[in-house]
Write a protein that binds this ligand. Sequence first.
Ligand SMILES: [Zn+2]
Length: 219
Amino acid sequence: MIKYKIYVLFTLIITMCTFTFVSAEEPKLLGKTIYLDPGHGGRDPGAIYKELKESNINLEITLKLKTELEKNGATVYLTRNGDYDLSKINATNHKKSDLSERAKMINESECNMYISIHLNSDPSPTWYGTQIFYTTKNEENKKIAEIMQKNIKNNLNTDRKIKQLKNMYLFDRIKKPGILVEAGFISNANDRYLLKQEEYQQKLAQTITESIVEYYKKD
Ligand SMILES: [Zn+2]
């Protein structure tokens, strides 16, 4: 019996030590600032399928991602937090003006990384899955894209490959490291079903966060 009591006491001490150690751990993204850019908004809904607007889904995912990143200690900025676009009132080309403003906000900030959230669309309804795009504007971009696509494959059961972006007005202008997440195809029935689900949006937000944590582990 004494032996048993000693065993219980010992186990308790070990558990308490472990708990103290875990709770004392610093948040993994403390000191990192992430700029989130939900694509489109306002007069520009992006890709649409019946009543479903890309701009709304982009924002829903972004807000979940913001919460996840903040839970990990990151400072998070958003290019928009409602249904509006960023173009100047007197702009002759509202789309270009909107994208210029987004690039300016990100470049002029102190952010360590940007994540742009969009949905894909294709005339063929068979294409599906989350895909990460990157430019060679910053040499870190491909590394971030590779980590993220790997985790998306493991967590979300889709098997697309990363792709380099060329001649994209917004992404050619952003100097900070970062990537574009095409969260899924609005033109595919199964993706549409998933992208509307809170649970799926949450899983995607967690996977993106986990990937950012993994990327910064090398520091
Ligand atoms: Zn888009």
